[in-house]
Design a protein. Structure first.
Length: 460
């Protein structure tokens, strides 16, 4: 059943994982109003989508809770359905039931039709190899934030004994002799490659030792899910994960970890607009690094049992020097929203981006709105490269405070797009933010939340 809410968000149903789409392209925002109120964050985009893929490995139905209405969930749902998984909404809002008992190979055109806008399809490799003996992965989408290669994924799969054939339309992966546990050392603690190894090793024959693994909270939550399913995984000191393969996994029942990237985004929106936002569902333990920086900039927060209140306590904001990093460092996904707040701090802030090679593109629009941000493409300090072969040392110098004024801007990617929204909400005057559909990839009901926080906007 199709329906369009007051905010213009078109949904087939209001339940979890439902089709989410927009019948408009732009938001017209009258800024300069502090965002105030309470909103709720649900399960993390960067866990929920992987948990959905994990359901493919079970012999029985899984129940995932707190699934947000975001388009990345919709993409993965579509991909699971073309592979024969039955996906239905559960009793509680946000419940998703995933039944893999009729898993089958999908036609290439079906996979292609569902995969264009996400990188998650690469994680189907291990589960499909276990279930069907082969996997086809089309050209991958995702945000425009650099090359985002998949070499770590393919190398890891080869270590398990998979054969990778590159075709003009994508990649075919087979395992003629089955998948066997392996010793794998990642060149960089990649989130996706760690998930690839986990999802493949749990049912491979023998033991896998993964070195230089990512240990983000979302990875730990995925490990918790796999353990519920019957996997044997131990997280050892120094980024080592040991996985003993098992013959059979069952379905799981799990409430997803909250979306700390979304919570940090709303926190930054509170700071930039001089507002006060309580984010229900946010938990201190997974945001400590962010909270330290937030406080150093001059933001205030109160931690409650069921959420965190983020607010601008008055006075001037202060500049900071930060470097994005793998967990427990400052997440790359936090820098874009925070930079908008840094345009309002007195003095020069420096943000080094070390995870992606091209994640400052969104600052052009901020400069158009009156910010003073200079991007140094080679970084500022000449520190060692984290991923050999590639230069990942961009730095942005943000000099403030600069009043922002309204402008016409186009959303480039998910987090950069949210920054554009915050900048438009901070700016005096009217802005037109186009291509806003991208924001629905990772921010559930963001228009409803903006309304709840008193933002003045209309859709176009
Ligand atoms: N990399 C390679 N080769 C690979 C894989 C990664 O060179 O085969 C490089 C990447 O190009 C990047 C770095 O390694 O420079 C880190 O990439 P990683 O694999 O850790 O990231 P990812 O799994 O592709 C996930 C999140 C991102 C988040 C990063 C870092 C999902 C769907 N995406 O990406 O989230 O920024 O981890 O924590 O989980 C977002 O939410 O907006 C987002 C981009």
């Amino acid at each position: 059943m199709s329906d369009t809410s007051a905010t213009g968000l078109a949904t087939d149903s209001r339940k979890a994982g439902a089709r989410v789409g927009y019948n408009f392209d732009a938001l017209v925002i009258d800024g300069g109003v502090p965002l105030k109120g309470t909103i709720e964050v649900l399960g993390a985009k960067n866990l929920v989508t992987k948990a959905m893929v994990a359901s493919l490995l079970g012999e029985t139905q899984s129940l995932l809770r707190d699934v947000p209405e975001i388009s990345d969930v919709q993409v993965v749902r579509g991909l699971l359905e073309v592979h024969g998984v039955t996906v239905t909404e559960g009793v509680e809002p946000g419940d998703l039931l995933l039944d893999p008992s009729n898993v089958r190979s999908a036609h290439m055109h079906e996979i292609d039709a569902h995969a264009g806008s996400s990188r998650i399809p690469i994680l189907f490799c291990g589960p499909l190899l276990h279930q069907l003996g082969e996997a086809f992965i089309p050209d991958l989408g995702g945000c425009r934030i650099g090359d985002r290669p998949i070499d770590f994924h393919l190398d890891a799969l080869r270590h398990f004994g998979a054969v990778v054939d590159k075709l003009p339309t994508g990649i075919r992966i087979t395992a003629p002799n089955g998948l066997r546990g392996a010793a794998i050392e990642l060149p960089y603690p990649s989130v996706g490659a760690t998930e690839q190894v986990l999802l493949t090793a749990v049912r491979a024959e023998g033991t896998t030792e993964l070195r230089n693994a990512a240990i983000e909270p979302e990875i730990m939550d995925l490990i918790a899910i796999l353990q519920k399913m019957g996997a044997i995984i131990s997280v050892e000191p120094n980024r080592v994960i040991l996985i003993e393969g098992v013959d059979r996994l069952e379905g799981y029942s799990h409430r997803a970890i909250f979306d700390r990237n979304e919570a940090a985004s709303w926190a930054s929106a509170a700071l930039a607009t001089g507002g006060d936002i309580e984010v229900k569902g946010a938990k201190q333990e997974h945001m400590m690094t962010f909270l330290n920086v937030f406080r150093k900039v001059g933001g205030a927060f109160d931690v409650y049992e069921d959420g965190i209140r983020f607010y601008h306590p008055g006075g001037e904001l202060k500049p900071v020097v930060i470097e994005t990093d793998v967990h427990p460092g400052f997440m790359t996904d936090w820098q874009q929203p925070l930079i908008v707040a840094l345009t309002q701090a007195r003095g020069a802030s420096i943000v080094h981006e070390t995870v992606y090679e091209n994640r400052f593109g969104f600052t052009d629009a901020l400069n158009q709105m009156g910010a003073d941000i200079t991007v140094h493409k080679q970084g500022l300090t000449g520190t060692a490269r984290r991923v050999p072969r590639r230069n990942l040392e961009q730095a942005a110098v943000i000099v403030g405070p600069t009043p922002l004024h309204g402008a016409d801007v186009e959303v480039p990617d998910l987090r950069g797009g949210f920054s554009h929204l915050i900048a438009a909400l901070t700016a005096e005057g009217r802005s037109r933010v186009s291509n806003v559909g991208i924001i629905s990839r990772g921010y559930g009901d963001f228009l409803g939340k903006l309304e709840a926080l008193g933002a003045r906007f209309s859709v176009e």
